[in-house]
Design a protein around this ligand. Structure first.
Ligand code: MBD
Ligand code: FE
Length: 282
């Protein structure tokens, strides 16, 4: 069987949930005062909707069943990262002057294999998709090069699947960490990813279908870029004119993050240059 026929919401959801639990300090350091304020406002907002919209018992029970199903499908990371993370990111990166950030999403894995530039992401023999040379320079906000900056890159394949969250893909397929040279320059060979469709067979897919929404994110490359003495940035880059660039379900596209690759003189491969600018640590 292929990745396409075997991929399920529950499997990718379980993977994303396990990954989140391994890596995050859940709730650590949130004070009683903040919990009281935030949980209080959330519950008031929900109750206001019930009263305003005159929510029925049928609707309340549908909602309750759906919330239970989100958990059973392991889709809380997906749900939150698609519909809430963009606002958290906006607040978090409000004061930056360098490269715009955007959401991390549920599929980052730390400690991908490291290579020096020029690099080629691990991929299958005959990996489907248009080859893409992604190159640029890591700099500080004064325009000075960041020698040895680390560019972590992960993205979906030509069918929209992420390694470690869909069956049948090699562990580090289309994931890697690239060390820039002494002048901050990097060159990364990969393929252009496809748009990503939220799994349709889980609770998030059921919400999308029932509400009459669409389930798509535009094709995107995910990045974490870091250098000593600087604030790391988590961001994504998109492709000009691509499907769903203008109606990303995750509300994570920003105009500064849209690439316009050109075809190389030698034909098949596309290439694009993008510089990452990091803010100093505060
Ligand atoms: C993705 O690939 C993604 O980037 C986000 C934010 C949510 C779901 C899948
Ligand atoms: Fe993604």
């Amino acid at each position: 069987m292929t990745t396409e026929t075997q991929a399920t919401a529950a499997a990718s959801g379980a993977g994303a949930t396990a990954r989140f639990r391994e890596n995050k300090q859940i709730g650590g350091g949130t004070s009683q005062e903040r919990v009281n304020a935030l949980a209080g406002r959330l519950l008031k907002a929900v109750n206001d909707i019930v009263l305003d919209e005159k929510v029925t018992y049928d609707e309340y029970n549908a909602f309750k069943a759906w919330l239970i199903q989100v958990g059973e499908d392991g889709e809380w990371p997906l749900f939150l990262d698609v519909w809430v993370e963009h606002s958290v990111e906006e607040v978090a990166n409000d004061n930056r002057h360098g490269t715009k950030g955007t959401i991390e999403g549920p599929y980052y894995i730390p400690d991908a294999p490291t290579q020096n530039t020029p690099a080629t992401l691990q991929m299958r023999k005959d990996e489907p998709g248009t080859p893409l040379l992604f190159q640029g320079q890591a700099k500080n906000v004064a325009g000075e090069p960041l020698a040895g900056a680390l560019i972590e890159l992960w993205h979906a394949d030509d069918l929209g699947f992420y390694s470690q969250f869909a069956p049948g893909l090699p562990e580090w397929n289309l994931r890697g960490s690239v060390i820039a040279d002494g002048e901050g320059y990097f060159e990364i060979n990969t393929i252009q990813p496809a748009p990503y469709q939220i799994p349709t067979d889980g609770a998030c897919g059921a919400l999308i279908a029932t509400a009459g929404w669409h389930a798509w994110r535009p094709a995107h490359l995910h990045f974490k870029v870091s250098a000593p003495g600087h604030q790391p940035i988590t961001t994504q880059l998109y492709f000009e004119g691509g499907e769903h660039v203008v109606d990303d379900i995750a509300s994570a596209v920003k105009p500064e993050l849209i690439l316009a690759p050109t075809r190389r003189a030698d034909g098949h491969c596309r290439e694009v240059t993008y510089d990452f600018i990091l803010d100093p640590e505060d």
